[in-house]
Design a protein around this ligand. Structure first.
Ligand code: PEP
Length: 253
């Protein structure tokens, strides 16, 4: 039985005060669910990680980072290592979010190195995969998702793979208000689970949580979550509003 997982990616939003208030609001609203019935993570900007970790300590809400670097230390100006994230109390880390792939130019190979570095540093990576609108229209959705997954998970054995969560995030649905229909999400999630079974065996495929992301909100969370292979939600915009995010956690429970 896969425990539902709802994660809020705050992207480059909030400030020192509102990040703590948002984290406290989520912890209060999700009390009794977070960490018990639902895995809940908030994913603030790097500079607010420590204060958000402090704000949600002992509440059942976990904290994730939006990115990491592949080396453990050294002359990499501006970058953040897995050990640094672990040191401030982070458990999760996004790898290959579409904005990093398509705005910052990260390749599948680089994302794969990030997944490996995250696991090596004791973090739980959330590997984001998904196609552009032109790729969907060109009938390439499965090919793109398969490439993202195969390269993103290259070199991982079954033991390491159990640390990974997958997030299917069609790029055309992120921040656009245009959600994939529950059926569109289910089709790709089923495809991903099948691919996981080919790569890592059926048992691991059944245990792996596959989140949907792309304009998920309080109004569509329940229907998305009712799909057989949708195990959770990676939420951008709607995670910045306590009430909406808490409703999504409740809908997923
Ligand atoms: C995201 O940033 O991962 C995301 C899904 O954003 P939004 O919910 O705003 O589409």
């Amino acid at each position: 039985m896969r425990k539902p997982f709802v994660a809020g990616n705050w992207k480059m939003n909030t400030d020192s005060r509102s990040s703590v208030e948002l984290a406290q609001g989520v912890a209060k609203g999700a009390s009794g669910l977070a960490g018990e019935k639902v895995t809940v993570a908030v994913i603030p900007p790097f500079v607010y990680l420590q204060s958000v970790v402090n704000a949600v300590r002992s509440t059942g809400v976990a904290v994730g980072a939006q990115d990491l670097y592949i080396e453990s230390k050294g002359a990499f100006t501006g970058e953040i290592s897995p050990a640094m994230l672990k040191d401030v109390g982070c458990n999760y880390v996004l790898c290959g979010h579409s904005e990093r792939r398509h705005v910052l130019g990260e390749s599948d190979e680089f994302v794969g190195k990030k997944v490996t570095a995250a696991i090596g540093g004791g973090l739980l990576p959330i590997l984001c995969v998904g196609e552009l609108l032109s790729e969907r229209d060109g009938g390439q959705t499965e090919a793109v998702v398969a490439r993202n997954l195969k390269t993103g998970l290259a070199g991982l054995g079954t033991d390491k793979m159990s640390a990974v969560t997958i997030a299917y995030e069609p790029v055309w649905a992120i921040g656009t208000g245009r959600t994939a229909t529950p059926q569109q999400a289910q089709e790709v999630h089923e495809f991903i689970r099948g691919l996981m079974a080919d790569m890592f065996g059926k048992k691991l495929a059944e245990e792996t949580r596959i989140l949907y992301g792309g304009s998920a909100n309080a109004g569509n969370a329940k229907e998305l979550m009712s799909q057989k292979d949708v195990d959770g939600l990676l939420v951008g915009g709607a995670s910045l509003k306590v009430d909406d995010f808490v409703k999504m956690i409740q809908a997923s429970a």
